[in-house]
Design a protein around this ligand. Structure first.
Ligand SMILES: [Zn+2]
Length: 279
């Protein structure tokens, strides 16, 4: 589930998607009932070919209950009561789904302490510790966007000031540079010195948060996901050296950092893997 659409697919063991279906959410179906009607219909249609149902939701999830979502009209939803199939059901956070997809198909053999930080409208993270997805005690682990990096800073709608995503999200970058999209931003970056300075400061802020996350979990690998990952070559080297200079054990630690590779399908693929990563 995304804020503006639902993407569905039947995923095989190699991460290949078939019967992919994207449903746009608008006034007619952007409701609890509307969203789950779409999902139930799709599950009923493909249940015979599937072993389990996985759903990734942008919000806080506990025991297959959607506790809270910021960008969808879903609160305290018992997902099983909607998805009436007899298949085992797994509901997880969307950032966790993107993380396990990338981890499972690319990094699993090499690393066991790992995070994927999604930089988009906000900032979220999926965290893998000792090879297992870490959800926290109430399902709210990985809300790194609300880690404070300036206690007297910009007011956030979570109630605190100076949250990481107020400085490191794509929305904050576009706002600061009066640009409409990342495409426009990166077009101007090569042509406007001022935008270059703003971008350098932005990367400095992004690096502050990433270094905090690496320090906290002593990670072996950190992957950057979200829309900015498409523009990897424009920033990954600079960002990596900024982060490397800030992590605590910088003298002995070889930082592994890259941008996500699975792109838009990571959410669908990751939801299908929840059966293997959710206990
Ligand atoms: Zn906040």
């Amino acid at each position: 589930m995304g804020g503006r659409h639902i993407g569905m697919g039947l995923v095989d063991n190699d991460g290949r998607i078939s019967y992919k279906k994207i449903v746009k959410l608008d006034e007619t179906n952007r409701s609890e009932e509307g969203i789950f009607n779409c999902i139930r219909e799709y599950v009923d249609e493909h249940a015979e070919k599937a072993d389990s149902v996985g759903i990734g939701v942008p919000g806080i999830i506990r025991n297959n209950q959607i506790i809270y979502t910021a960008n969808l009209p879903l609160q305290n939803v018992d997902v099983a009561s909607y998805v009436g199939s007899r298949l085992p059901l797994y509901v997880g956070n969307d950032a966790s789904c993107a993380t396990i997809a990338e981890y499972h198909f690319i990094d699993k053999k090499m690393y066991s302490n790992y995070a994927l930080v999604t930089i988009g409208t906000g900032i979220g993270a999926g965290i893998i510790l000792n090879g297992n997805l870490y959800n926290g005690s109430t399902g709210a682990a990985g809300e790194v966007g609300h880690m404070v990096i300036d206690k007297d800073g910009i007011q956030c709608n979570c109630g605190r000031r100076g949250c990481y995503e107020k400085y490191g999200s794509i929305s904050s970058l576009l706002k600061k540079t009066n640009t409409e999209s990342l495409k426009e931003f990166f077009y101007l970056l090569d042509r406007n010195e001022n935008i270059g300075k703003v971008f350098d400061e932005y990367l400095e802020n992004v690096a502050e948060g990433l270094a905090n996350i690496i320090n906290l979990y002593d990670l072996e690998m950190l992957v950057i996901g979200g829309g900015i990952a498409w523009f990897s070559d424009k920033f990954i080297h600079t960002l990596k050296s900024k982060v490397a200079s800030k992590i605590l054990n910088r003298y002995t630690y070889d930082l592994n950092m890259r941008c996500a590779e699975l792109g838009n399908d990571a959410g669908i693929i990751g939801a299908s893997l929840l059966s293997q990563y959710e206990e």
